[in-house]
Design a protein around this ligand. Structure first.
Ligand code: CTP
Length: 403
């Protein structure tokens, strides 16, 4: 499944707020993610930013109230409203929110919203006092009841000089939220996918840990791809460097033992488990309660094996039937396919992704990967070196085919 923003008509409404300057960045981000971005500026927005700014980043005409009355104006709003897959109002002033709540349609933006039936996502921006005013809270509640989605506002410095809740959410967050909103109704709708990511951390003492080089990038990309397909996604994450995708339910864990417990809990009802995490195979037999001092000396750290999560899941699956399908990853530095095939059989997975970490531009930390799909019937499918996001899309395509 491609990014749900790709090829979609997003109507971006920009209203009168100093945050209007950030809307240009938002329009640019949506455009870069493949959306067709139409922009309507209210007359107040024109005090802060010009249509030319938006035209320059979207490559399309940006509309103003002048278009409501000129030429084909009388049908512009109906056309824009009907064509939109989503209307996004960012920044949304208290005034525009009030108008929308009451069905007032006295400018091109509000009349277009009234003519549209697509999802509406609103990113408010205003002074903290205006946001907290009962009139605004009531208007937001009315719109929410009608199905509108809201993002933000965030806390921070406001144009008034005060600090409080009223800042428009950051363009990247709004973009991510729009992506998730548009994924609704995808082929994995109603399916629960559990993804593990990152490297576990096994404590030696309160300061030191044993861990590995996993960045969590492939796991995060898989969670995103499952979300893009409309799934309910639980991300069980050890240490990772990438942000958690919007829409995923996050369970943070540190150790292999914590990850095992979280996986057993979450897969009780899961349709698919995708084990991307780099789980420690050994942990210190004892964790020192206090920081080990240099003077004490330390000749060796005795280790004991951790439980194999996939093998434990395999046993449970035989009894309960859950999770329905299981995908494993085999990170190998030599004899990749032989080792991965062995793990496929031992761990009882439906698909093993053999990951050649010695290949150039593959494995830990980088944004690309080199993988081969191995199936229980002995068939194999080698993918070209590609971005981890595309590897994730291929794996989710297989999950879609299964479910
Ligand atoms: N895995 C697991 N529990 C562990 C170790 C690994 O469930 N204690 C899972 C990983 O998440 C991955 C698969 O098993 O999906 C293969 O992991 P990998 O580290 O490649 O294999 P190991 O079984 O640990 O074998 P080795 O380290 O000897 O290669």
């Amino acid at each position: 499944m491609p990014n749900p923003l790709r090829g979609k008509n997003i109507l971006l409404g920009v209203t009168g707020s100093i945050a209007a300057y950030k809307a240009a960045d938002l329009a640019s981000k949506l455009h870069q993610e493949g959306a067709i971005v139409e922009v309507i500026l209210t007359t107040s927005a024109l005090q802060f930013i010009t249509p030319l700014t938006f035209q320059s980043v979207t490559g399309r005409k940006a509309y103003t109230d002048a278009d409501l009355w000129a030429g084909e104006g009388h049908v512009t709003h109906v056309g824009l409203g009907r064509a939109a897959d989503m209307i996004l109002i960012a920044p949304a002033s208290a005034n525009t929110i009030a108008k929308l709540a009451h069905g007032i349609s006295d400018n091109l933006l509000t009349v277009t919203v009234l003519a549209a039936t697509c999802p509406l996502l609103i990113a408010p921006a205003m002074d903290a006092g205006m946001y907290q005013h009962p009139a605004t809270s009531d208007n937001i509640a009315v719109l929410q009841k009608r199905g509108a989605y809201f993002i933000g506002p965030a806390a921070g410095h406001l144009a008034s000089g005060l600090v409080g809740v009223g800042r428009m959410s950051e363009p990247q967050e709004i973009c991510n939220q729009a992506r998730w909103t548009l994924s609704a109704g995808g082929p994995l709708m109603g399916k629960k996918i559990v993804v593990t990511a990152g490297g576990t951390q096994e404590p030696i003492d309160p300061v030191r840990i044993i861990t590995n080089r996993s960045s969590g990038k492939q796991g995060i990309a898989l969670a995103q791809a499952a979300l893009d397909a409309g799934a309910e996604v639980v991300l069980i994450s050890a240490a990772t460097q990438s942000p958690v995708p919007v829409g995923a339910r996050l369970t943070r864990v540190r150790t292999a033992a914590e990850m095992l417990q979280a996986v057993l809990d979450e897969t009780e009802t899961a349709d698919t488990l995708i084990m991307v995490a780099a789980v420690a195979d050994f942990r210190p037999s004892d964790t020192a309660g206090q920081k080990i001092k240099k003077e004490q000396g330390l000749k060796a750290i005795p280790l004991e094996p951790t439980a194999d999560i996939l093998k434990t899941v395999q046993e449970k699956r035989k009894r309960t039937g859950f999770p329905g399908k299981v995908v494993g990853f085999a990170a190998e530095s030599q004899n990749t396919l032989e080792n991965a095939a062995k793990k496929l059989a031992e761990k009882g997975v439906d698909l093993m992704i053999a990951n050649d970490i010695s290949a150039p531009n593959a494995g830990f930390e980088v944004d690309t990967n080199q993988v081969t799909f191995l199936y229980p019937d002995g068939s194999q499918k080698k993918l070209a070196n590609m971005p981890k996001s595309e590897v994730a899309e291929h794996i989710i395509a297989q999950v879609i085919a299964w479910l």
